[in-house]
Design a protein around this ligand. Sequence first.
Ligand SMILES: [Fe+2]
Length: 308
Amino acid sequence: MSTVQVESTLSDDERRAKLYQGDLFVYAPKPATREFVEFARALIREAFGDLDPETAQHHMPVEDYAALLAELKPRFIHHPTCKELLPAILAEHGADTTKTYFDVPRLRTSTSDDYLTSGIAYAFHPHRDTWYSAPFCQLNWWMPIFDIEADNGLAFHPRYFSQAVRNGSAEYDYYEWNAKNRASAAKHIRSDTRKQPKPEEEVEIFPQTRVVAPSGGMLIFSGAQLHSSVPNNTGRTRFSMDFRTVHLDDVLGHVGAPNVDSDCTGTTMRDYLRGTDLSRIDEDVCLTYDTAPPREDAVLVFSHTAQA
Ligand SMILES: [Fe+2]
């Protein structure tokens, strides 16, 4: 079972404990998230010029569209305004910025009708971020930039939070991936040959949970949740932003969601920046995250969740 907690008044410590048990948290737009939406829309509109960003895909050759995103997305990621607004977003959601570390925000696009679903606009198959070397204390923060609907957002497959899926994460090493693949995303326009960790058995993607919040509304979930992009047939491109956080207490204590099926190596732990001074987590701590933690028995995980 998983619970969607809307406008929760739990503290950040209590919230993280619930997130590690599979709950989802949703918040209405707040001042800093609204400011972020305005900032992101301005960058996006500048890039698309006279075209409406949500329908521009119908008026551009896909190669030009991919080239536009290849320029826009890195500019967004590395924009100095992001590093100012993200700590403000964390603070207004009750996170302690002296102990909360975040990575750079990603701008995501989900185009409609299979226009562009690879490379720079990859449509995600069901996955856990922990198959991609995220630590088990990683939390994902996800926010629409323009209003979304159920058919162009993302989906959760909550039964798998405590149930293993046979998958290819054992062949994924974060350092190798960065060295080989990251810079080439824009080249994958009609297909994507990058070897990603995927389910290696049938996943029952229904029933699934979809959360629809207005632009500027924040969704927070554990990086261990099985989630996927909803195939978009709405005629409009979805624009969203997401970033990830870890809390230093949980990093040091190796506290987080249970590992039911992740076997990757390497760690994203060096990517996070502290909310106050943008410092990174100490290298000796990062080194303790080079391999996935031992798997927990799914039955044990379930009874642990049920007791909480
Ligand atoms: Fe993900």
